[in-house]
Design a protein around this ligand. Sequence first.
Ligand code: FES
Ligand code: FES
Length: 162
Amino acid sequence: MPNPSAKKISVSLNINGEMRQVEIRPIDTLLYVLRHHLSLTGAKPGCLNGDCGACSVMVNDNVYKSCIMLAIESVGSAITTVEGLKDSPIQNAFVKHFAFQCGYCTPGFIMNCQALLLKHPHPTYEVVKEWLSSNICRCTCYQEIEEAIFSVVEGRVGGTSE
Ligand code: FES
Ligand code: FES
């Protein structure tokens, strides 16, 4: 839990292509700042210790668990949250393939899949399996998520954003 008495500093964060000025404490996690200072609630608090992936975001096109990253570490980098993937192929593919049930884990999975597709535009099934192992879903099977990924790879689902 962030220490409420820690001294605040003003920083500029590049989030979803927009510069956002925000007062943070050096000990604030990126997840905390996104949700509590910037009203970007797509990244979800789950385990808060780096295991479940519900809080995943991209920083310079690499996927990070924002619950274990300090916000101050992301200054000068390009941060992408699920809000920045609106109408992207991968988001549309999740909808088309019903790759969720309660949806709590879904933003984290979408971010992880987006990072996967940036690194591996034509991944093998083994690579997809390995990437998905960093995120935990408690209520759906991973088959629909895999189908969503391959529908983007094969160009069966598109979108208006990246
Ligand atoms: S909440 Fe960050 S990995 Fe679980
Ligand atoms: S859809 Fe419910 S936890 Fe994944």
